[in-house]
Design a protein around this ligand. Structure first.
Ligand code: AMP
Length: 502
């Protein structure tokens, strides 16, 4: 078995690793570190929980050990899809680099530019960023990427889901082609393959887990709920969830509950709280400070149940989660793997329950096809009382019902909206609602890319945001005429201005 001391890492890194309590390298570390130290490009096909962060951070620190950072010219770059993941990489860097003098800056949205500018001005060895915020800094002329010797792209498949691939391609083009690239993805979608073929040079391909395999330490069960009527299913699922949590008792030390839609995340968290459970929601529409606080509480054990959307929870390293509950069957089968992978990490045992209703059948089939096995069917938990014909029908909040009526399943998923996509014609009102919600969001969280005539991304307003602004303007001026003009603009955005992500 390979030992860390066999890996030609800097002794200061070895010391930090041993202080972190790591005894042996994980498979991805044992395979990727020697290749990276030789200066080779690395293509890592690995999920979170495999130790992939250290597989790029440890060689990076060793390689950057020599040399000094220059003002505004970072020597290495790590790109992560979400703020939380970027912050997590930064935390890992601090642990592994604690005996070196290397410096880092974390560039994420929701944080003032000023402090980040100061750090970059001073010169940093490692820049850890989300793609949008990095480009914002670049476009403000505060950053040069021509000094980047090592570039890491983490969770590329999530970048693809979130519409960041054009940003990633642009960033690749801004860095020297002589750079060393380490590229990580849990799956190899055709688009990801194209990027790796374009930007990686003869990479060492390291695959640590077969694509779409679930850890053997996770016990999976499917709980099939058959409501008397379709409009009772939301309430029935909540009742099953409560009964399942109660039935697990003390074995459920902490759990993540996944919902497909952000609005349901809020409703389920609220419902659990009203039944006396210690639960809180996390999704992309919540303020960054709230998200951080919630995550901290979950990590330190003061919060028992985290109700989450896929994007918010993806890739978060929360050690020792005993249970995962899929309140909804995910409509993207690969999300099932990612969700249940939150438990049973690092060889620990975990349990994953999935609650389904009859209309989930096709999603279940897709999941079982992907994982090449049938999810074992479990019994309805003791204490669960199904609704009856006389029970109150599901009463979701008004905007929730609207979402269901308008788009049905998946409309509110934390997926990028493609505002001008022939396959999915623009839904003005839905886009406006999203644009209003996202108007204050940092660039990396905005679901569209505005481009100039040459297809170069540039900061700008989405037409729906123009409408939102117009409405505020109208309120000030009281002009009905302007109202009509803006409605027209909303329905017919200039097609060459908007490019859907990806
Ligand atoms: P990652 O896949 O990078 O998110 O890492 C998952 C977890 O595994 C993190 O909590 C790391 O601290 C931990 N970890 C990484 N490498 C090792 C190792 N060699 N031995 C034990 N734990 C590790």
């Amino acid at each position: 078995m390979t030992k860390f001391s066999d890996l030609a890492l800097d002794p200061r890194v070895l010391q930090a690793v041993s202080e972190a309590g790591y005894e042996t390298p994980t498979p991805i570390q044992a395979q990727a570190i020697p290749e990276a130290l030789k200066g080779r490009d690395v293509l890592g096909i690995a999920q979170t929980g495999t130790g992939k962060t250290a597989s790029f951070t440890l060689p990076m620190i060793t390689l950057l050990g020599q040399g000094r950072a220059r003002a505004r010219m970072p020597r290495s770059l790590v790109l992560a899809p979400t703020r939380e993941l970027a912050a997590q990489v930064a935390e890992n860097f601090d642990i592994y680099a604690k005996h070196t003098k290397l410096t880092k800056a974390l560039l994420i949205g929701g944080v003032a530019f000023g402090e980040q500018d100061k750090l970059i001005d001073r010169g940093v060895d490692v820049l850890i960023a989300t793609p949008g915020r990095l480009l914002d800094h670049f476009e403000r002329g505060k950053l040069l990427l021509t000094g980047v010797q090592i570039m890491v792209v983490d969770e590329a498949d999530r970048m693809l889901d979130m519409g960041f691939i054009p940003d990633i391609e642009r960033i690749f083009q801004l860095t020297p082609f002589t750079r060393q690239t380490m590229f990580y993805s849990a799956t190899m979608a055709p688009e990801i393959e194209r990027i790796t073929n374009t930007f990686l040079t003869n990479p060492a391909k390291i695959e640590v887990a077969r694509q779409a395999t679930a850890s053997l330490t996770i016990t999976q069960s499917l709980i099939e709920v058959k409501p008397v009527r379709k409009d009772r299913s939301f309430g029935d699922k909540r009742a099953v969830l409560r009964a399942l949590i109660k039935a697990e008792g003390e074995a459920c030390t902490n759990a993540i509950i996944f919902c497909n839609r952000k609005m349901d995340v809020d409703v389920v968290a609220k419902s659990l709280k009203s039944h006396g459970f210690n639960a809180a929601p996390i999704h992309g529409d919540l303020d960054q400070s709230v998200r951080t606080k919630t995550l901290d509480a979950f990590r330190d054990g003061t919060l028992h149940l985290l109700v989450a959307s896929d994007v918010a929870a993806r890739g978060l390293d929360i050690p020792a989660v005993s249970h995962v509950f899929n309140f909804d069957v995910p409509s993207h089968p690969e999300d099932y793997i990612h969700r249940i992978g939150r438990t049973g990490r690092a060889g620990r045992l975990g349990k994953a329950f999935t609650i389904s209703v009859p209309s989930d059948e096709k999603y279940l089939k897709a999941i079982e096809h992907l994982i090449k096995t049938e999810i074992p069917r479990g019994d309805l938990p003791e204490g669960y009382e199904p609704s009856t014909e006389d029970s109150r029908p599901d009463r979701a909040p008004r905007e929730d019902r609207k979402g269901r009526e308008r788009g049905g399943r998946g409309r509110d998923r934390e997926r990028p909206v493609k505002p001008h996509d022939e396959a999915a014609p623009m839904q003005p009102l839905v886009v406006v609602a999203k644009a209003e919600a996202a108007a204050d969001a940092p660039r990396e969280e905005r679901p569209w890319t505005v481009s100039d005539r040459h297809g170069r991304p540039r900061p700008g307003l989405h037409p729906a945001q123009l409408c939102a602004e117009g409405r505020a303007d109208r309120r000030r001026r009281g002009s009905g005429h302007r109202h009509r003009r803006l409605r027209w603009r909303r329905r017919r955005p200039a097609p060459d201005l908007i490019r859907g992500p990806g």
